[in-house]
Ligand binder design. Structure first.
Ligand SMILES: Nc1nc2c(c(=O)[nH]1)N[C@H]1C(S)=C(S)[C@@H](COP(=O)(O)OP(=O)(O)OC[C@H]3O[C@@H](n4cnc5c(=O)[nH]c(N)nc54)[C@H](O)[C@@H]3O)O[C@H]1N2
Ligand SMILES: Nc1nc2c(c(=O)[nH]1)N[C@H]1C(S)=C(S)[C@@H](COP(=O)(O)OP(=O)(O)OC[C@H]3O[C@@H](n4cnc5c(=O)[nH]c(N)nc54)[C@H](O)[C@@H]3O)O[C@H]1N2
Ligand SMILES: [Mo]
Length: 663
């Protein structure tokens, strides 16, 4: 970062960063345009018009915080802490501004607890059932050693660009790269082999592959014998899934399933990488559990460059997150609301939510069932406070909007979802306008509400130091001082980390659980299995098309950046992808306006007719703000807001729709 006269003038990646190698990405390349955007919120705002009207007057911090504290105190006195709901996610990626003072504040207040499961919880729960850990066990750098690399339901080039050089290197060393995705993504276009199952059917694909592997004796019998439980039960289950049946379930050719199974089982080392998107299905956890059996069955976990790769985010759980959040401040257990179901919580919950405090998230754009979310946000009797950098669709509905600092204006300790480097983010410039870090806002509110505990006086530096002091071996040698000097540090994980080369699974049995007693005890299917998407059975006649609303916008990070001119210009407009076989009978040509709808909502978008989708599947990009989209609604106007099988994530991608020519 170059700063001249207090003004940041240039932001560059650091060339000698071992992982990113100086590269930023399409979102962050122009981060300073975000910081200095004329749209930045620079002062607290108080609502003066009806909810959602964007009519605000400037307020001072003292005025705003006094009013918020007074209102929260009154609501808690009348209705108890549970009438207050915090709503936040990873809008800021760091632990200080994302999960410290805020957590303490709401615990002490006795607020309703938010289950923050909108992203990776579902696949994490599935992988845990099989392997006993939430994350992949194959570190990203190790992928260069793979000779067969399956990017299973992840769009690496768009969502995880910094991994791509490792994939390319593996390719240069002779690896075959397979993408399993219903959509022809940029990543699929760069692969050697694109397998295109119908959405939500990957469990059946994995079962079909395992059927072939076991039937042809391609599994690693020795590893399976020593380090797994339930192989015989699995073998029986697999009899129900011959390739022909799986072909019907997945919409693939039986021969392709056989070919994939053989190639995967016989090319060494073989890696599977999954991330998050595929988990947004009703059967998402079971699917992840089932896929996680494959690398064990063929013994890939023994080999360098083999196994299951996923997010590295959970590895940073070695930070002392409880010390930051102080859950013990919550004196009595309170009810929980799942963030996926915000619309329901605001419109249906009894006793009602009376105050909502949003930070680091933009639910009006990213939460499913947008119509219901907006209906909740428009409630005149709901007191809403939003801490934001921009006047998002959520902030428009606030009673008070509080201006938040950006990464270059505040201190934070930042983990990563894609690699194992921990970064200390130190402010490079003074906050713009009157913007404040989230931590400071909650500190000031705590003081106003009379929270006396000393932990409410911790500074941001104290918080960062506390997070580092867990004593976990992965943090060995990583001190605040060192981070100040070096900027980042790699978690102390051995390079050639193969935690399951000799078993040692953190499951109840200590083995890989092909059969899970723990699932059986919860009344769930103890074996890998496949259940078709729910809505398909209920509504398949009225709404015959399956809708994917993925993160296909290269220049957006969820809904962040989706209001900035450069990023909007680059993304042009949200398009509806439709296959010619589905377009023709509906009289829709390429470039025509089309209405895509279901019982939850409706969007009118320009159709892009082609083979980006397979027949029966349509796609709309997520991330767009409703207020900046044609017709004032965006992708989540259509999406389902039920929960997945386990783990608490959403089932966005089980959504069914119909499409008609507009006008
Ligand atoms: N540019 C950009 N990068 C991002 C983000 C962003 O918004 N923009 N968001 C970040 C976040 S929060 C996350 S969680 C990660 C997510 O990273 P990914 O998980 O890679 O991204 P998604 O787009 O959610 O989903 C990946 C792919 O899964 C496919 N998919 C959906 N359903 C199925 C299915 O049933 N089977 C199979 N095989 N594939 C399926 C979709 O078509 C999609 O191409 O990306 C991060 N990176
Ligand atoms: N249809 C559909 N919906 C999805 C998904 C999908 O694939 N399809 N993906 C889901 C997934 S995986 C995720 S992770 C969620 C993401 O959903 P969110 O976590 O809500 O992500 P963003 O839309 O980026 O919103 C983050 C907001 O935080 C603000 N922000 C950034 N830094 C700070 C800060 O320091 N302080 C404050 N106060 N605010 C800050 C940004 O300006 C931005 O408005 O979306 C989910 N929704
Ligand atoms: Mo996410």
């Amino acid at each position: 970062m170059t700063v001249e006269g207090g003004q940041a003038t240039e932001l560059r990646g650091i060339r000698d960063h071992p992982f990113t190698r100086g590269g930023l990405c399409a979102k962050v390349n122009h981060f300073l345009e975000r910081v200095y955007s004329p749209e930045r919120l620079l002062h607290p705002l108080r609502r003066t018009g009806p909810k959602g009207s964007s009519e605000f007057a400037r307020a001072s911090w003292d005025e705003a915080l006094d009013a918020i504290a007074e209102r929260l105190r009154a609501i808690v006195t009348e209705s108890g802490g549970e009438a207050v709901l915090p709503y936040s996610y990873l809008g800021t990626q760091g632990v200080v501004q994302g999960m410290s003072m805020d957590r303490r504040f709401f615990a002490r207040l006795g607020a309703t607890q938010l289950r923050r499961d909108i992203c990776g919880s579902t696949p994490a729960a599935g992988i845990t059932a099989t392997l006993g850990r939430r994350e992949g066990l194959l570190l990203p750098e190790e992928l260069v050693h793979s000779r067969f690399l399956v990017l299973w339901g992840t769009n690496t080039i768009v969502t995880n660009l910094h991994l791509w050089p490792f994939v390319r290197e593996a390719k240069e060393r002779g690896a075959t790269v397979v993408v399993v995705d219903p959509l022809k993504t940029r990543t699929a276009q760069s692969a050697d082999w694109h397998v295109r199952p119908l959405p939500g059917t990957d469990g059946a694909l994995a079962l079909g592959m395992m059927h072939v592997i076991v039937a042809e004796g391609l599994h690693d019998a020795d590893y399976v014998e020593r380090h797994t439980v339930g192989f015989e039960q699995l073998r029986e289950r697999l009899e129900e899934y011959p390739p022909e049946r799986c072909a019907e379930l997945t919409g693939l050719e039986a021969q392709e399933i056989v070919d994939l199974a053989r190639a995967y089982a016989t090319t060494r080392p073989a890696a599977i990488r999954t991330l998050i998107g595929m988990g947004h299905h009703g059967n998402g956890a079971m699917t992840a559990r089932t896929i996680a059996c494959l690398p064990v069955l063929v013994g890939a976990v023994k080999e360098r460059g083999g196994g299951l790769a996923g997010t590295t985010g959970y590895l940073f759980g070695v930070l002392d997150l409880d010390r930051l959040a102080r859950p013990e401040l919550l004196r009595e257990s309170t009810r929980e609301v799942n963030m996926v179901q915000l619309g329901r919580a605001l419109t249906e919950l009894e006793p009602p939510i009376r105050a909502l405090v949003v930070y680091n998230s933009n639910p009006a754009a990213i939460a499913p069932n947008q119509e219901l979310v907006l209906q909740g946000l428009r409630r005149e009797d709901l007191f809403t406070v939003v801490l934001e950098q921009f006047l998002t669709d959520t902030a428009r509905h606030a009673d008070y909007v509080l201006p938040a600092t950006t990464q270059v204006e505040h201190l934070d300790l930042v983990p990563s979802w894609g690699h194992t480097y921990l970064t200390l983010n130190r402010p490079a410039i003074e906050p713009r306008g009157e913007a404040l870090p989230n931590s400071e806002v909650f500190r000031r509110l705590a003081r106003r509400l009379g929270f006396e505990e000393p932990c409410f006086r911790d500074s941001d530096e104290d918080l960062a130091r506390q997070a580092l002091a867990s004593g976990h071996p992965f943090l060995a040698g990583i001190t605040y001082q060192r981070l100040c000097e070096e900027g980042w540090a790699k978690l102390a994980i051995p390079d050639d980390w193969r935690p399951h080369a000799k078993g040692a699974f953190a499951t109840p049995s200590g083995k890989c659980e092909l059969y899970s007693e723990a699932l059986a005890a919860r009344g769930l299917d103890p074996l890998p299995g496949y259940t078709p998407p729910a809505e398909l059975q209920e509504l398949g006649d009225r709404y015959p098309l399956r809708l994917l609303t993925t993160k296909s916008a290269l220049h957006f990070l969820n809904s962040s950046y989706a209001n900035l001119p450069r990023h909007l210009r680059a993304e042009k407009e949200p398009l509806l992808d439709l296959h010619p076989d589905d377009a023709a009978p509906r009289g829709i040509g390429d470039g025509d306006q089309a209405r895509v709808f279901n019982d939850r909502g409706s969007l009118t978008l320009r159709a892009r007719v082609g083979d980006r989708v397979r027949p029966g599947v349509v796609a709309v990009p997520s991330g767009w703000w409703a207020s900046l989209s044609p017709g004032g609604r965006s992708a989540n106007a259509l999406t389902r807001d039920d929960l997945a099988d386990w783990g608490g994530g959403g089932d966005f991608h089980d959504t069914l729709v119909e499409v008609a020519r507009a006008g």
